[in-house]
Design a protein around this ligand. Sequence first.
Ligand SMILES: [Zn+2]
Length: 370
Amino acid sequence: MELSEFAEMTIVDCHTHIGGEDLNIVNAILDQEAQAGVDELVALVTSGPRRVNVMPQAICAKAKRPDKIYLFAGMDYSHIASDVDHRWTYSFPRQIDRLIAMGADGLKMINGKPNVRKASGIALDSPIYEDYWAKVEETGLPVLWHVNDPEEFWDPEAAPEWAKGPGWLYDDTFPTNESLYAECERVLDKHPKAKIIFAHFYFLSDFLDRAAAFLDRYPEVNLDLTPGIEMFHNFSKRPEQAREFFLKYQDRILFGTDFTPGSPLSRIWVIRNFLETDETFHVPTDERLFWPDHRTMITGIKLPEDVLSKIYEGNFRRIVGKAPKPLDMSLVMEELNRLTAIHDAMGAKPNMARKVAEELAADDGEAPPH
Ligand SMILES: [Zn+2]
């Protein structure tokens, strides 16, 4: 089916990344996704220790298009660093309180991706994160959490070609995928009320019985459909079982894409064609994260409109909020000034926190008097 033939429904993309130096790029990504029927999106901030992140750019995107952009903030880890000025650092719970007051809509964690988990040396269930999860549970702020990766990334024979470029092949110096699941599930056992959207279907697309048991055991967790294209290959091995799963867990599944400015629209097309048609089709070859791949054909599961509407919009609004929260601009400026100092200490060039602060101050000056 062509993009123009898909169902006319409101779609929220729960998983995109906006970074770079162009502070107006949000308009381009919104226009681009709109061509594939997507109306609103979440700008995610991935972060880790000793790593400058795109929090300033994501704040900027939301400030420029407040009606369209939800912000899922990344934690700043500088309070556990020894080489920064601790007048500027805050504990995780204090950051979460500040982010809520500022108008963040949720949080993003990438600490469960095997290479990030290895580089940080911090277990997912480490005491370092204990007050983070306690605060998440207490406040009800949703977290989009990346834990694990496709199991074939640990197997050089089975791994697809496209995974080798970015270095996503894991030898035995990396944590195993079962050890990551175990660390994650100890967090969930301790904090069962934490509202979590697991990125990339929690990499259980080849294990639907296990995915079902996981959702049954943890009622507050949800799964997003952001490729890993392996997900759609796995569903296509048993499309009837996949369809049954989607019908049974229709309230727990969210649409996401991992779109970045300039991604091909085929990234969105493949997900929608899978959800909306029963076609058997070739994987798009113009997306460097889909191809080349030894698997080629995908089979759609043609879901009914009411189920599509939950996956595209309803589940997200229920979990996160009916509309993006308004930003408190004075708290935004305070946070940008704090990040400017931290990013300077980390040697960030250019310092995007400073650039965004200047940009938003200038935008504010241009606003008509009221
Ligand atoms: Zn992502």
